[in-house]
Design a protein around this ligand. Structure first.
Ligand SMILES: *Cc1c(COP(=O)(O)O)cnc(C)c1O
Length: 375
């Protein structure tokens, strides 16, 4: 059996090596490393894939979130609502821009931002909501858009884990993750579902004026060369990464399918295990399984992790500490116990190996081992 890894980028590369290598070689031959043709080509292909008007390639997913927030004309002290159970980047950019993060709890079933909690957190200072489509499943966007409309709020989606996931509204309209709210942000970090071989990210929007502004902000706030209309940043996707992403984008739907098949295998294998709750997928969204995350109850989660490790099975805890309890974001507003669901999830979640190259032998070994320990 091939060694089991959380993410097996090497086996994936072996399968697309020739195309990747020749894409990189093309960039080397033309020596257009920044803003070259490859970036434009990839941008266009991603716009087509997502069915969105504007894709703005940037340096990474965190930059994408920052530039998105910078484009909204918010002022110091304005409040932005975001889930407490997620990766740190979302709240980091809110804080860096002098905005006030307002944490809310998540739904136990989906790990995603609770719409009831959003409603309770809205104040006259609230200006935006950043739902995070955690682990690859879209948040309840229909409800979030309705709340945003009622209170005149921007919705910036953090789609760093959910590229390609589809959301279907009750009227039958289907949209891709990140193309539902005002702005969507994604990351091309190597282990993400569409990953490059370094850092990369992108912003999505159907709004022409926000697109123009974000393009400028990502380029030193410059519309006409050396005339700076906004305070900007320097954030760009380089041509080598774009060449790699353009090859991998063609396989994205297959990659998603591989992940979904692995998830189905896991879910079936754990169906009767009383210590395990497998992921729940809401009916109006697909799940692209950036992570396959179990909830472990009635057994020491950390002990399970140790036992798996001894058997050659890696696992990860995403995320061990909710954001409102992180040292850097300590404030008089939040204390332990404020967000009981997020806090209990942090103590019970365990993510199993999930990538595009898991084979039947590995999946069988992993599930048998887990069921053997938890019996
Ligand atoms: C990966 C990730 C980010 C940040 O992306 P980078 O490219 O690493 O900056 C932001 N939010 C979420 C939910 C992520 O998973």
């Amino acid at each position: 059996m091939k060694a089991i890894q959380m993410v097996d980028l090497h086996s994936q590369y072996e399968n697309i090596k020739n195309e990747i290598n020749s894409g990189i070689q093309e960039v080397l031959d033309t020596c257009t490393f920044i803003k070259g043709g490859k970036v434009n080509v990839f941008q266009k292909h991603l716009e087509e894939y997502l069915n969105v008007k504007h894709v703005i390639p940037v340096g990474n997913g965190t930059d994408a979130l920052q530039i998105a927030l910078m484009s909204l004309g918010l002022k110091r002290g304005d409040e932005v609502i975001t889930p407490t159970f997620t990766f740190i980047a979302t709240v980091e950019v809110i804080a860096l821009l002098g905005l006030t993060p307002i944490f809310v709890d998540v739904d136990y079933d989906t790990f995603n931002i609770s719409t009831e909690a959003i409603k309770k957190a809205i104040s006259p200072k609230t200006k935006a909501i950043i739902p995070v489509h955690l682990f690859g499943q879209n948040a309840n966007m229909e409800e979030i858009l309705a709340i945003a409309k009622q209170h005149n709020l921007f919705v910036v989606e953090d789609s760093c884990q959910s590229i390609g996931a589809e959301y279907t509204f009750s009227n039958g309209v289907t949209k891709k993750s990140g193309c539902i709210g005002d702005i969507g942000c994604t990351s091309f970090f190597p282990s993400k579902n569409l990953g490059c071989y370094g850092d990369g990210g992108a912003i999505f929007t159907n709004n022409d004026s926000l697109a123009e502004k974000m393009r400028a902000i990502a380029n030193h706030g410059m519309v006409v060369r050396y005339y700076h209309d906004f305070i900007g940043v320097n954030s760009r996707l380089d041509s080598i990464q774009a060449a790699i992403l353009d090859v991998k984008l063609k396989s994205l739907n297959n990659y998603i399918q591989n992940r979904q098949q692995a998830a189905e295998f896991y879910t079936n294998a754990f169906a009767d295990n009383k210590y395990i709750k497998t992921p729940i997928v809401e009916k109006n969204t697909t799940h692209v399984y950036h992570q396959y995350t179990l909830k472990i109850n009635g057994f020491d989660r950390n002990l399970l992790q140790e036992k798996l490790k001894a058997k050659g099975i890696p696992s990860m805890i995403y995320y061990p500490i909710p954001l409102h309890l992180q040292k850097a974001y300590k404030s008089e507003h939040y204390k332990k116990g404020d967000f009981p669901i997020a806090e209990s999830l942090s103590n019970s979640v365990l993510s199993l190996p999930m990538h595009t190259e898991l084979d039947l032998e590995q999946l069988t070994y992993i599930t048998n081992t887990v069921n053997d320990i938890l019996k």
